[in-house]
Ligand binder design. Structure first.
Ligand SMILES: Cc1cc2nc3c(=O)[nH]c(=O)nc-3n(C[C@H](O)[C@H](O)[C@H](O)COP(=O)(O)OP(=O)(O)OC[C@H]3O[C@@H](n4cnc5c(N)ncnc54)[C@H](O)[C@@H]3O)c2cc1C
Length: 489
């Protein structure tokens, strides 16, 4: 079949790869000049199967309220005009609040663990079959805590995750330094840690761009510098995609500004945070909202003192990962619209916090000077495509032939390979081998009383309609353990 993928972030490229694996003909449309130049560009680099707790937990609303007063807060809600673009923010916020309880938290965790395990296996398959190198470090992810109360809570979270088969161990301060001695200079502040030995880290940008090249080598067409203007439907099915050439292209064949319609048997929307506005044009309302995050990438000055184990600093909720001769620190979330500025006072405060923190925990190891001080911190911001549950939408929309693979929020790099494989299998008519509630046809805008779940996995699937409370990805399972802290990377 001929299939169009919209977006060449890590999700779109993994989708394209797996569709090619199944023998399909693939065209990818991307407005940037290459793959992974938006949110997949400079993330925290963690393949974090075992730290996958959703942001929504019973403590999140109070924490978010408290944090609204701090520019450096890990989670910052910046209310927009409810009578303008803020409407979607409030609707997202209400669904987020509905997930801030133990039962929702536990059922969301189960979905994220299932997708994580499937994705980790899929990533290993892709790496084994392509030989892509991307500064991968298979050393696990370690988490350190700087106060006793957080460390105690970490024990409860680890117990919950072990219940779902995740190997997360609580470790003493001494054990932590045996695993990663680089933080010795900060030892006076650390009270203990946790470790998930099977997690890993690596450069999402390098991996995605390499995979895109391999897709091209296998015959995929990448329409770079083409923006998707609109989706055209005919009756209840997708008809075509209107794309605008943004430049003349490498071979000078395009007329900049010209629009043409491209057609296929199926279309997959993998446009990150922009999936929601695109889907709304055909009447499908998905609660995917941008969660702005930041990273800094520093040159390592003392390689012998830099960490190899990817780490989470619990106090600041940031991820620290080594990528060859550079150290990446990433984190914080701002729920405040499609804002990519790096020069606002909030953005500056958050970027400088990243530099300051690295200097505190790994003094002298990297060049953390700001640009004003003559350094090159490579500050960057990206919009996580966030859902209220942290669970992505993978599956078929109510528009026949129109599929979605988006909403991966904080874990798109971790869940990319598996999400790509799963949607390719669904389109191909195969049931992915994981216990996951795939997105079925959503109720049309305004109809919130039902959601529709995929039963047949054939392209033109038979659907089952069931009454539901919130969103399509909320399986009904009882539970009530304690929730874990918000992790923002
Ligand atoms: C600070 C930060 C740290 C993170 N750390 C981690 C981490 O450690 N581990 C992890 O697993 N995840 C992490 N993430 C999350 C991860 O980066 C994202 O979930 C992932 O990159 C999303 O990929 P995507 O392909 O859905 O979106 P994107 O990478 O944004 O790709 C979507 C693509 O669609 C294109 N597009 C959109 N609209 C149009 C249009 N109209 N026409 C044409 N093209 C269009 C865009 O140009 C873009 O290239 C982090 C994110 C941030 C911001």
């Amino acid at each position: 079949m001929k299939i169009i993928v919209l977006g060449a972030g890590t999700i779109g490229v993994c989708t394209a790869w797996h569709l090619l694996e199944l023998g399909h003909e693939v065209t990818v449309v991307e407005r940037q000049a290459g793959a992974a130049l938006e949110t997949s560009f400079a993330n925290g680099a963690q393949i974090s199967v075992s730290y996958c707790e959703p942001w929504a937990n019973k403590d999140a609303p109070l924490k978010a309220l408290k944090w609204m007063l701090s520019k450096e807060a890990p989670l910052l809600f910046r209310p927009q005009n409810p009578f303008g673009p803020g409407l979607h923010q409030y609707s997202w916020g209400l669904q987020f609040l509905a997930n801030c309880n133990d039962a929702a938290f536990e059922r969301n965790v189960q979905q994220l663990v299932a997708l994580g395990a499937y994705s980790h296996a899929a990533l290993k398959e892709v790496v084994a079959s392509t030989g892509i190198e991307y500064n991968r470090l298979e050393r696990g992810i370690a988490h350190y805590y700087c106060d006793q109360k957080s460390f105690d809570t970490a024990g409860e979270a680890a117990a919950l995750m072990r219940k779902y088969g995740v190997n997360r161990q609580v470790i003493s301060k001494e054990e932590f330094f045996k695993i990663e001695p680089a933080y010795q200079q900060f030892a006076h502040q650390i009270v203990g840690g946790t470790i998930t030995p099977s997690d890993e880290s690596g450069d999402c940008l390098v991996f995605t761009q390499e995979l895109a090249q391999r897709c091209v080598a296998r015959g995929a067409e990448f329409l770079y510098e083409h923006s998707v203007e609109r989706l055209e439907t005919a009756g209840d099915a997708i008809h075509s995609v209107a794309v605008r050439a943004l430049s003349a292209g490498a071979k000078g064949r395009n007329v900049p500004g010209s629009i043409r319609l491209i057609k296929a048997d199926h279309v997959v929307v993998a446009a990150g945070s922009y999936t929601a506005p695109l889907m709304r044009t055909v009447g499908v309302n998905l609660p995917i909202y941008p969660g702005k995050g930041y990273s800094a990438t520093f040159k390592i000055l003392k390689p012998e003192l830099a960490p190899f184990v990817s780490t989470i600093d619990d106090a600041k909720k940031v991820a620290i990962s080594r990528l060859g001769d550079q150290l990446r620190v990433a984190g914080t979330i701002e729920v405040g619209g499609f804002d990519l500025t790096l020069d606002s006072s909030v953005a500056q405060a958050r970027c400088h916090m990243l530099s300051r923190r690295i200097e505190e925990v790994l003094p002298g190891v990297c060049d953390t000077r700001t640009e004003a001080q003559g350094g090159q911190p490579n500050y960057w911001t990206g919009l996580r495509p966030a859902t209220p549950t942290n669970i992505p939408y993978i599956g078929q929309s109510p528009v026949r032939g129109l599929w979605v693979n988006a909403g991966h929020g904080t874990l798109g790099w971790t869940h990319g390979a598996g999400s790509g494989k799963a949607i390719a299998e669904l389109i191909h008519g195969k049931k992915p081998e994981m216990n996951f509630k795939f997105y079925g046809a959503q109720p049309r805008a305004g109809d919130t009383s039902v959601s529709v779940h995929l039963r047949s996995t054939r392209a033109n699937a038979i659907v089952v309609v069931t009454p539901r409370a919130h969103g399509p990805n909320t399986p009904e399972t009882p539970a009530s353990p304690d929730s874990a802290a918000v992790t923002c990377a």
